[in-house]
Design a protein around this ligand. Structure first.
Ligand code: ANZ
Ligand code: ZN
Ligand code: ZN
Length: 869
């Protein structure tokens, strides 16, 4: 028998698939429903990492499974190939970002193909290609025409290491998402913004459509990010000037307790105040220069200054001081706050520091007695922010504060003091980046015509080649050919915008381009896109919950409103795969992480080979700094693609963390050799012909039932949130039963005329069910058993619902109350038959010997009772 040689098998089938062009996907196939499977496209960093391998294996298994279930499946792949690393590599090595990116793509494509993924490469896209980014520019123009893009001078997040602006979503705990040690600072710049806030409400409402299909946690993260809050805008008048100063509050129930008001240092009124009170200028400037993220940090000491001016509370007519403080931000609400120290933590801290008045307007309620507990502003140690009973609030006294929230809002509206409003935490999306490696923004500045957009027929605005990558500032500004252009309106000289678009623009619509990748008239045709969209199953990392996944939804909605697509939501179902962990080894003596090759593992302990020191082990996320990374290519070279795929799918359900282990891989490999042997030893005169059910015996039936049960279990496990691990486990059980059947029945000559047929059928079904996971070996064995073509094109097996449970029961046979044996019979067997079988049992006869039969009772399908004397 030929041994299993994965290198030979995998190379052979990868070539066959390619030569046969079997993964080519048409937009329509007669009699088949379309199914769009999408895995998040990778950034071409150079090498595939384990997270990619997991993500794309999951996708490929689903794609192959759906294909066999009769769908016309789209399973595309591409490259999110603009972005900083390419540019940083250019600065370091002098290679052009395009060259770096192209060679990375080539290498990663080779690695993906090594894993046997069923991509239709004819639909491959790469966002750095002019034929792709042209459409970013085209869409920029359409969005601009719709009023969804505007330019504004504003404070933006700036990473001094990236040397560029970051979106709010790219700032994590005040640090850059790419430089976890770099504090993001604020810088004032002219920026292009996408009006994502126009869609805030719809992005929130759209969650109704996604419930069930998306993980709850992702929906919760988006909801929180959009941050809808209901409040009231109430107008205070400035006592000194009479001008209106609107405040945004979510707690209008506390209006009677306002003891001062605050504006942000950037608030427009501050300029007027400085004219009459220049002494506070320095304070204001210092507050303005404090980092925005730091300013909004919880628990931080607040800073402020009294303006000298006052404002009048419209409800109470009371005059209170107006302050400027750093804890109020200009980009939220109205940039002005009515402060109620006894009922708000920030106000409380501020009022204590600056000795401002504090008034109670809500009393606490005793939970047991329901009685009001009077609070004392002088003895309380923190703000009371819960629900309670209204006090010191005129006609609202005694009312529950929650009820008062509505009542006072109505009152304020009726009196014309203000109106109820809704505010969102979500900000417009700033897309200008001061970098080279991105889509040029198709805007020019002409002295005569002002801001103008490039003509459609002049798109794409190409990235110029005459740039220098010296790490100082924006390379585009070094290109003379780029900067100096012709005004598309008057033909005079004009200056190009030298910023490029945030690369999240690229990934906001790439899934539409896959549907119609070669279109040179439009980004895509609506007719074709509507055949595929929305994506039936999207797979990727949960780290994209609020950036990519929100931006892509935003784009889909704009494009729908532009009449370019029909679906409301781009991704019907979302699977966020878990992280891949592996063992790390740490030496406390040497204070460093040890590479696995320098470790000796004994039982559950690990030692440093060179010194014998016992190491600290931990299962944790793979990372370079922990020396616990695994290179998937190495694994494929060592064990093969099928083994690697099988291990990844078998080790954990997709949404859970996966613990990488070489033992696990070795186990997967042994399993493959077992299948190999099972098929190769039995492949001759394979004859899975129709079984004559009247001729089978009990053992035949047991295997048939096991097979049908397995088909059901495997199918159900896949349909139920892709629990591939249980699907594989079920198939392993069937394989073991099949081996037993061969050894104990076929080889022992105990079979019937039907036994071999059943056995052969089981072998075929096993190959079909395993093929989405381990496609190479299955195709090889498929051809070994004499099949033509590819398993990829066969149908998924179905089960016979009548063959899911055995109809046999085991009945105990008792003699004088003691079990002396059992009989196995078909359910509902006649009493006389059962009696005969029971009395024929040797052990029963032994215990009846020399005695007289008194009674024989058969409880059908349960028990036989024999009484003797
Ligand atoms: C009076 C008040 C009394 C408030 C009280 C709270 C508790 P969310 O829920 O996040 O929307 N606020 C409004 N604009 C602000 C700004 N630009 N910078 C800083 N704080 C601002 O928060 C809304 C609450 O945050 C508002 O309700 C306001 O303080 C404050 F017992 O008004 B509140
Ligand atoms: Zn950075
Ligand atoms: Zn002009």
């Amino acid at each position: 028998m030929r041994e299993y040689d994965f290198k030979e098998v995998e190379a052979k089938w990868q070539k066959n698939w390619k030569d046969g062009d079997i993964f080519k996907t048409l937009d329509e196939v007669e009699g088949k429903q379309n199914y769009y499977l999408l895995a998040m496209l990778p950034y071409p960093s150079g090498r595939l990492h384990v997270g990619h391998a997991r993500n794309y294996t999951l996708g490929d298994v689903i794609a192959r499974y759906k294909r066999m279930k009769g769908y016309n499946v789209l399973n595309p792949m591409g490259w999110d190939s603009f972005g900083l690393p390419a540019e940083n590599a250019a600065i370091q090595n002098g290679a052009h970002p395009a060259a770096w990116t192209t060679s990375n793509i080539e290498n990663m494509k080779r690695q993906l193909n090594m894993l046997g993924f069923s991509y239709d490469w004819d639909r491959e896209i790469a966002t750095y290609k002019p034929e792709y980014y042209k459409w970013n520019q085209w869409m920029f123009k359409r969005f601009y025409e719709k009023g969804l893009i505007y330019k504004k001078k504003s404070f933006v997040n700036w990473c001094p290491d990236c040397n560029t602006v970051l979106a709010n979503e790219q700032v994590e705990d005040g640090k850059c998402w790419r430089h976890s040690k770099t504090t993001v600072v604020q810088k004032e710049l002219e920026q292009w913004f996408f009006r994502i806030t126009d869609y805030a409400e719809e992005l929130l409402k759209g969650h109704e459509e996604l419930k069930g299909g998306w993980p709850d946690k992702v929906l919760a993260m988006q909801k929180n990010w959009i941050g809808k809050s209901f409040g009231t805008e109430i107008v205070f008048k400035v006592a000194e000037t009479g001008e209106d100063l609107p405040m945004f509050t979510t707690r209008i129930d506390t209006i009677f307790g306002v003891s001062y008001c605050v504006v942000a240092p950037e608030h427009p009124i501050v300029a007027e105040i400085l004219k009459v009170n220049p002494a506070i200028k320095k304070d204001v400037e210092e507050m303005e220069n404090t980092d925005l993220i730091e300013r909004s940090a919880e628990g931080r000491e607040k800073r402020g200054v009294f303006t000298g001016w006052h404002v009048i509370n419209p409800v109470t007519n009371k005059k209170v001081e107006l302050w400027i403080a750093d804890y109020v931000l200009m980009n939220y609400g109205t940039g002005a706050v009515m402060a109620v120290p006894c009922h708000d933590e920030r106000d409380y801290a501020f009022a204590k520091k600056y000795n401002l008045p504090r008034n109670i307007v809500i009393n606490s309620i005793d939970k047991e007695t329901g009685k009001e507990i009077e609070l004392d502003p002088n003895t309380m140690t923190c703000a009371f922010t819960e629900e309670g009973v209204m006090t010191n609030s005129g006609e609202f006294n005694g009312m529950n504060s929650k009820e008062a929230l509505t009542k006072i809002a109505e009152y304020v509206e009726a009196k014309g003091f203000g109106k109820r409003t809704v505010k969102y935490r979500l900000k417009d999306w700033g897309v200008s980046r001061q970098r080279y490696w991105g889509t040029p923004i198709p805007v020019l500045y002409c002295e005569k015509c002002g801001t103008v957009l490039e003509k459609d027929e002049n798109l794409p605005v190409l990235l110029p080649e005459d740039v220098s990558f010296d790490g100082k500032g924006n390379p585009l500004q070094t290109s003379e050919s780029f900067k100096h252009a012709t005004c598309p309106v008057c033909g005079g000289p004009a200056r190009r915008d030298t910023d490029t678009m945030d690369t999240f623009v690229d990934s906001s619509w790439y899934f539409l381009r896959y549907c119609d990748p070669h279109n040179d008239k439009l980004p895509f045709s609506k007719e074709i896109v509507d055949k595929w969209m929305g994506v039936d199953q999207y797979i990727g990392g949960v780290e994209h919950a609020v950036m990519h996944l929100l931006y892509a939804r935003f784009f889909e909605k704009i494009l729908r409103d532009l009449g370019m697509v029909s679906a409301n939501e781009p991704f019907k179902k979302l699977l966020t795969q878990g992280m891949v962990l592996s063992q790390s080894y740490y030496s406390e003596k040497e204070r460093r992480f040890i590479f696995p090759q320098d470790v000796e593992v004994k039982g559950d302990k690990a030692f440093l080979k060179s010194t014998g020191e016992e190491l600290v082990t931990k299962m944790e996320k793979m990372s370079k700094s922990k020396n616990n990374g695994v290179d998937p290519e190495e694994m494929v070279l060592k064990y093969g693609a099928d083994t690697t795929r099988l291990f990844i799918m078998f080790a954990a359900p997709p949404e859970k963390e996966l613990e990488w282990s070489e033992n696990g891989l070795a186990g997967a490999y042994r399993f493959l050799t077992k299948i190999w042997r099972l098929v190769m030893e039995n492949k001759d005169d394979l004859d899975p012909a129709e079984v004559d059910m009247s001729k089978i015996n009990r053992d035949d039936k047991a295997l048939l039932i096991k097979m049908n049960q397995t088909i059901k279990r495997v199918t159900d496990s896949i349909e139920n949130d892709y629990h591939f691990n249980t699907a594989i486990a079920a198939t392993m059980e069937l394989i073991n039963d099949t081996l037993d059947y061969r050894n104990n029945i076929l080889d022992a000559g105990k079979g019937t005329s039907e036994s071999k047929k059943i056995f052969d059928d089981v072998i075929q079904k096993i190959l079909v069910m395993l093929s989405p996971f381990i496609p190479h070996i299955c195709d090889e064995l498929w051809s070994e058993i004499g099949k033509e073509g590819y398993i990829y094109n066969t149908n998924w097996p179905t089960y016979d619902p009548k063959l899911l449970t055995t109809s046999e029961v085991v009945m105990a046979v008792q003699v004088n109350g003691k079990v002396r044996g059992t009989v196995e019979v078909e359910r509902g067997t006649a009493k006389e038959e059962v009696e005969k079988m029971a009395l024929a049992l040797e052990n029963v006869q032994k215990h009846m010997e020399g005695k007289q039969l008194v009674k024989l009772i058969v409880v059908p399908d349960k028990i036989v009772n024999i009484v003797v004397k």
